[in-house]
Design a protein around this ligand. Sequence first.
Ligand SMILES: CC(C)(COP(=O)(O)OP(=O)(O)OC[C@H]1O[C@@H](n2cnc3c(N)ncnc32)[C@H](O)[C@@H]1OP(=O)(O)O)[C@@H](O)C(=O)NCCC(=O)NCCSC(=O)C[C@H](O)C(=O)O
Ligand SMILES: [Mg+2]
Length: 285
Amino acid sequence: MRPRRSVLYLPGANERALQKASTLAADALVLDLEDSVAPDAKESARRRVCETVAAAPYGRREVAIRVNGLDTPWHDADVRAAAEAGPDAVVVPKVGSASDVHAVEATLADAGAPEHTTIWAMIETPAAVLRAEEIATASDALTVLVLGTNDLVKELHAETVRGRAPLLASLSWCLLAARAAGKPVLDGVYNDVRDTEGFEAECVQGRQLGFDGKTLIHPSQLEPCNRVFSPSEAETDHARRVVAAFEEAMAEGRAVATVDGRMVENLHVEQARRILALAEAAQAH
Ligand SMILES: CC(C)(COP(=O)(O)OP(=O)(O)OC[C@H]1O[C@@H](n2cnc3c(N)ncnc32)[C@H](O)[C@@H]1OP(=O)(O)O)[C@@H](O)C(=O)NCCC(=O)NCCSC(=O)C[C@H](O)C(=O)O
Ligand SMILES: [Mg+2]
């Protein structure tokens, strides 16, 4: 299991952020060529980001490049340059349909991208939310869905509020699509980097909804995010006891056990094994 608890965006034009990331406790890094880069800096940022990725300074952190959208003048050159740099993934913003995924896949293949470079699709428009299942199942090359909640709020004419009530239907719909397709899904960013309490509450909400992790914009968000998306000691201890109780019951010819007075069946054991695998992966990172 690859942990993707914390996925930090690095503005592609910010040399200091690109350097600093090799010391940060992020599970994954997204070197951004899209919204954090001004139009007249797009080409220099593309060069800097691709040279950085090719030099592989980030150790075991998963590394992705976010290219500009398919309808922009930078998209094709971004994808081709990324293909040459060979990141773990190319993050495609504002994906609208399966055909967008196929188009990026074709460009990556044409540019000779290595096999390990997969596609992460950003769901950040109402049309994409409604087509989340089509997008999630478009290709085996598409490995992760990423929520773009700022764009989604804008496109919905919604408001950014604590608890995210205006977004809950969209978040849940994307989770349904990702889980039905058997693919990981990452929550959107929290913009107020000084609001530690609000940020942590949103991490907790994301984890409770079922997200695998959260996308981040600032190093200060890493510690709370990693903590919230890692199984706690109490959870891992409970998971171990669930597995042990069930194995004991099975050895006695029973398919049901109890732990702390609660019923345990095979499905709870699967949940427990997932928690244990996640805890192990998180510890190894
Ligand atoms: C949000 C920021 C603009 C804040 O910048 P600033 O006030 O300058 O930060 P600090 O002075 O507190 O920075 C302290 C040190 O940390 C480094 N730093 C800051 N941010 C990052 C980062 N993202 N990665 C790595 N390092 C970072 C600074 O260099 C300082 O280092 P040092 O010199 O050693 O003290 C800024 O954090 C920022 O630009 N964040 C990322 C913005 C971004 O990437 N945006 C695009 C992705 S989000 C998005 O697009 C959402 C999505 O599409 C949607 O629709 O929702
Ligand atoms: Mg966006």
